[in-house]
Every structure is written in structure tokens, then in C-alpha cells.
Design a protein around this ligand. Structure first.
Ligand code: F6R
Length: 608
């Protein structure tokens, strides 16, 4: 997804811009560019199709300026090319703009600007912004006024940063649906679409709200609304470790993040378990016990892996709290005019807190009077701010595009919610204690699974060249199968399908052959016999089986087995998922894939 950086201060902007863009590379992009206001006037621009390293090579030593903006582009309007890369200029080369998001009325604006004499040099929607701002930047008009007036004509989503050759003492930024963060330094200011780009320089940040603009100068900033009312924003402190933004000796961020899970789970649990009353303390829910008891249903909303984590969450809530719970893709929910009920609790799940579809679903629920909690990793993100309360995961920054540690922490957060809800309904103290001790044991049990990484790498190499893979699980195992298939397909590009094991004989059994192996989740629970029967059915059709199990099935039922430590049945899915992360990772490595930045994908999907 596109990334924005900007700098204003006494230093040369270019090194920060290039380093900041490199820090945003993980989000996925196809071209990159920078613009600075030159010391002798005018704006200098360099932009290229390709990587940030290609851009750095194209930037000459004399490319210096105290005010600058930069961008990594993920093509939406127009192919990846030098011309379509941002920044975009107006014809007088006075205004330069970088933009994340989509301008929906770009065609209409383009036609009007062209009729007024503007000459377009790219196929992008963004270029209209440069011409439009320039059209409002008449003699004596402050840049912020020109930007405000231009945005008044724009329909769509944006995070933008704007430079003006004639007012090089400022950068104007605006947010509507696409994040913008200001970083406050010592007589210098930074801007980025993601804190990871500026955390090396400052921990003091301000997240702009939707509909908010800021004028950023070297010695401070002023925020205001689209109708020019001044807003007052207090900086917050980013508490994520700087080390999280390095691979720390691992070959890939993904492997590092998989191995960080014992620690990230400890942080999600930190200070939230109450052993005395066998429950969980969740101060941020902003719901008292009486309000919680009035909840009749729980609806969980998220996209992709966040939705699958929500499926595991729904099962935990139903099992421990006996409240009907269901997870639905936020991207579907928001378009189907859902019935919003006063006695339903809505829970939005998002690692980034910026996924546009999830944010839109939250806004839809709130518009209709529903109450929404957030299960979010990124503090201060749009979804976290939009929700009425919730839980932060504290998993630390997740850089690799595929979600692993945030997924696991989300499920842990749901276990805490389910325990908390359960104990004010009819979950017994004994069952509460059982879950509390199982949660405390998780970090060490995850370590046990991670210790098998080399053995799983050997299995992955054996299965990686299959024409596809089937993932099956029953009831609690089914969301594990779905997430396992998702992880494999997104990073290794091996086609993977997930089915409830019980559904196999209703159709997909026809696919079983030696070329299509099955990964089967076989927990030692009340459905073990049923799962073993399914394995027999697959083997009888010459299928190959890789079982992920608590006990090794007989050799005639499984070709290979990864053993996972047993937790309590409700929490078993969480541990069964860890080897599937390693399987996907090692398969992707065996196939030579770009593990941290899989093709066509972006880390946070801030467009529809
Ligand atoms: C898969 C993956 C995506 C995200 C989805 C939602 O590994 O990372 O499916 O889970 O795009 O992202 P967030 O959680 O940031 O809302």
C-alpha cells in the first residue's frame, strides 16, 4: 500500500525521506519518489518505477532541501511507471503532492482542469490534486487555504502531503480515510503514513483524525478541520521498540515475528489475568458487568486473517460465555445493510487499525446506534479511535505482510474477553481457573512448537511442490484450517483450500489424489475418532496426509505428523496454528518467494 514521508527542519530532508521510504517498503509498493524545495527556489523531483534503492541511486548528491516529501506508490489508477509515481506537480511546478487513497471524482475534476488549461502528465487520480491546489494558490493565499479549498471539491479518501515552492517554510498535510502521523522533533518535524518511518527520530506523535489538516513547520504544527476550525491535539508517545523494525538476525521479518510469539503473547496477557477470581481484567472495555450481562449476541468484524482470528474468538465466546457469537468479513458486512441490534456487541479486529473496510464497518454500526469494541494492535490507529472501547494487543509492530504474531495475540485477546464474559455469566470458578492456567502456559508451549522449526522446514520442502494443498479441521479446528490455507497461499502462492473435515465427503473428496496432499488438524478432543475416520477416507483414495496433532495417528492414517503440546480444548486452536505458520514460511522459502512482501499484497489495505 502507498506510503508517505515528509520532513521540515534545519537538516537536509533527502536522507530522512529515503530512509523513511525504505522503512515503509514492507507495506508493498511498485514505485517511489521524492520532492524537495530547493535552497534557490523551485521544487526538485526524482521518481522511479522500482524499489527505493533504485530511487536512491537516481537521486544526485546535489538533491538537497530543508523541506521535502516522499512516497511509495501501489498502483491503483495507471500502471507502475516513472510518470505515474508520486510526487505530482502542477504545470507551473510550484505545488508538489503525494497522496494515499483514491479520488473518486478524479475523472470529472480532470476534465474540468483540462478545460481550464491544465496539462496532465500521468494517468493517476493524484495529479488532479496538484493542479487543483495550484488553481486555488493565487497571490497572497496561504498554502493551507489553497489545500482546504481544493479538498472541498474532492470526493474520496486521502492522506496527502503538499509542498509549495513559494512557501517552503511549511508542509500542509490532510487526512480523510488514510492515515497521517506527525512526528515532533527538536526544531524539526516529521510526517509519515505509518509511525515505523519516523520512530527512529522521535517517539512524540500526533495521529490526524479524518477530516483534519495540519500546517507543519520546523518549530511546530497547527491542526484544523476542513471548515477551518482550529483543533487541539496532544501528542502521544510511541512505546514500540526500535528493534522491532529490524530483522534482528533472522532471515526474514516473518520468521522473526513467528519466533517473537512467546513474548508477544505474554504482553497481550500482561496484567490482565486475575487468578484469585479466575477471570480477566480488561479496563479498556468501558462496559460494566450490568451492561455486559445485557448482551445477547456478539458479532465480530475483520478482514482476512483478522476475520479468521475472529472466528476463533467467536468459538471461544460461545464456549466460555455461552453467548451466541459469529465472525463476518467486515468487507462484506458493510455492503449488505446489516441489521444493527442494541443488544448485540460488535467487535472490530485489526492489526493495523487502518483497514478501510473494517473502519467503514465500524462507522456503519455506529451510525445505526450499535456499540463497537476494538481488538487492535496499533495504538491510536483510526479503528482504535473510532471504537467505544476495546483491547490493545501489545504484540509490537508487525512488519511482514502476512500476519502471525498479531493473529495469535488476537486469539489470546478473545480468550481474555470470553473468560471475562464467561465469569459474569455462568462459567464456574473451576473452569475459569482451568483457562487462566492454560493461558499462562501458552508462551512455553509456543516455544516447544517453535523448537520444531527445522523439522517443519524439511516437511515443507517435501510438500512445497504439490499442485495444491487441502487443509481440514472440525469445529474448533476449522478456523485453524482456514488460517493455515490463507498463510500458505499468500506467501508461497501454492493453491490452498480449507474445508470442514465433515464436509469432505460432500464434494471435495473428489479432488483427493497424491498430487493434492491434505494438512489435517487432529486435536485430542471429543472429535478425535471422527477426524481419524476422515484420515482413513483420504488414505483410501491415495491422498497424502500431514497431520498436526496431539498424538501421532497410526502410520496407515498419516504420512507425516507434527506434534503440538496440548492445552485446554478451547485454546488448542491457537497452538495448532503455530506449525502452520512455520509450514507456510518454510514452503515459501523453499520456493524462493519474496516472503515478507508477497506479490500483489500490501500490509494494510487502506483503500476499498
Ligand atoms: C494475512 C493478512 C491479511 C490481514 C487483513 C486485515 O496474513 O495479513 O489478511 O489480516 O488485511 O488487516 P488488519 O488486521 O491490519 O486489519
Amino acid at each position: 500500500m502507498c506510503g508517505i514521508v515528509a520532513y521540515i527542519g534545519p537538516k537536509d530532508a533527502t536522507p530522512f525521506l529515503l530512509e523513511g521510504l525504505a522503512r515503509l517498503e514492507y507495506r508493498g509498493y511498485d514505485s517511489a519518489g521524492v520532492a524537495v524545495t530547493g535552497r534557490t527556489g523551485g521544487i526538485k523531483v526524482r521518481k522511479v518505477k522500482g524499489r527505493v534503492a533504485d530511487l536512491a541511486a537516481a537521486v544526485p548528491a546535489r538533491f538537497k532541501g530543508a523541506t521535502g516529501i516522499g512516497h511509495t506508490r501501489w498502483a491503483t489508477h495507471g500502471v507502475p511507471s516513472d510518470a505515474n509515481a508520486h510526487p505530482h506537480l502542477d504545470n507551473a511546478e510550484r505545488i508538489a503532492v503525494v497522496h494515499n487513497g483514491i479520488i473518486e471524482n478524479a475523472d470529472e475534476l480532470r476534465a474540468k482542469l483540462t478545460a481550464d488549461g491544465a496539462v496532465f502528465r500521468s494517468e493517476t487520480d493524484t495529479e488532479v490534486l496538484g493542479h487543483l491546489i495550484a488553481a486555488h494558490a493565487a497571490e497572497g493565499v496561504e498554502l493551507e487555504e489553497a489545500v482546504r479549498a481544493a479538498l472541498g471539491k474532492v470526493v474520496g479518501t486521502y492522506g496527502i502531503a503538499v509542498l509549495d515552492a513559494e512557501q517552503p517554510d511549511r508542509i500542509v498535510v490532510a487526512r480523510n480515510g488514510s492515515p497521517i502521523v506527525l512526528g515532533i522533533g527538536e526544531k524539526e518535524m516529521f510526517v509519515a503514513s505509518d509511525v515505523s518511518a519516523l520512530v527512529r527520530y522521535t517517539r512524540q506523535v500526533v495521529h490526524l483524525e479524518d477530516g483534519e489538516l495540519a500546517t507543519v513547520r520546523a518549530d511546530g504544527f497547527r491542526t484544523f478541520t476542513e471548515d477551518a476550525r482550529t483543533t487541539h491535539r496532544q501528542p502521544s508517545t510511541v512505546d514500540w521498540e526500535i528493534d522491532s523494525y529490524d530483522t534482528g538476525g533472522y532471515e526474514h521479518f516473518l520468521l522473526k515475528e513467528i519466533h517473537e510469539q512467546p513474548g508477544s503473547v505474554e504482553r497481550t496477557l500482561g496484567g490482565r489475568l486475575d487468578e484469585r477470581f479466575a477471570t480477566a481484567h480488561l479496563g479498556g472495555l468501558n462496559l460494566d458487568a450490568r451492561e455486559l450481562r445485557e448482551i445477547r449476541r456478539v458479532k465480530i468484524l475483520g478482514c482476512g486473517s483478522a476475520y479468521y482470528a475472529g472466528e476463533m474468538g467467536a468459538q471461544l465466546i460461545e464456549e466460555l460465555a455461552r453467548i451466541p457469537a459469529h465472525s463476518e468479513p467486515a468487507s462484506e458486512f458493510r455492503y449488505r445493510n446489516p441489521v444493527i441490534e442494541a443488544d448485540t456487541l460488535y467487535i472490530a479486529v485489526s492489526q493495523s487499525g487502518e483497514t478501510y473496510d473494517t473502519l467503514a464497518a465500524v462507522q456503519e454500526v455506529k451510525r445505526k446506534g450499535g456499540r463497537v469494541l476494538g481488538v487492535v494492535n496499533t495504538v491510536g490507529s483510526a479503528i482504535a479511535r473510532e471504537c467505544d472501547g476495546g483491547i490493545y494487543l501489545h504484540a509490537g509492530p508487525e512488519i511482514s505482510v502476512a500476519s502471525t504474531k498479531a493473529f495469535t495475540s488476537t486469539v489470546v485477546a478473545f480468550a481474555l474477553i470470553a473468560l471475562h464474559f464467561g465469569r459474569i455469566h455462568d462459567l464456574s470458578p473451576a473452569d475459569g481457573r482451568r483457562i487462566v492456567s492454560a493461558l499462562k502456559a501458552l508462551p512455553d508451549q509456543i516455544r516447544e512448537v517453535l523448537a520444531q522449526s527445522d523439522a517443519i522446514a524439511e516437511l515443507a520442502a517435501e510438500y512445497a511442490d504439490s499442485e495444491g494443498m487441502m487443509f481440514i479441521g472440525r469445529v474448533r479446528g476449522y478456523p485453524v484450517a482456514r488460517e493455515g490455507a490463507q498463510k500458505l497461499k499468500e506467501i508461497s502462492y501454492v493453491h490452498a483450500e480449507a474445508y470442514p473435515a465433515s464436509e469432505l465427503k460432500h464434494g471435495p473428496l473428489a479432488l483427493i489424489s497424491p498430487e493434492l496432499p491434505t494438512v489435517a488438524l487432529v486435536p485430542d478432543d471429543e472429535l478425535l475418532d471422527k477426524n481419524l475416520t476422515t484420515l482413513g477416507e483420504i488414505k483410501a483414495r491415495s491422498g497424502r496426509v500431514l497431520a498436526v496433532a496431539h498424538r501421532r495417528p497410526e502410520a496407515k492414517l498419516a504420512d507425516h505428523c507434527i506434534l503440538v503440546p496440548k492445552s485446554e480444548p478451547e485454546l488448542d486452536p491457537l497452538l495448532l496454528n503455530i506449525p502452520l505458520q512455520l509450514l507456510a514460511y518454510h514452503a515459501a522459502v523453499a520456493l524462493g518467494r519474496d516472503v515478507d512482501k508477497p506479490r500483489n499484497l500490501a500490509k494494510s489495505v487502506t483503500v476499498e
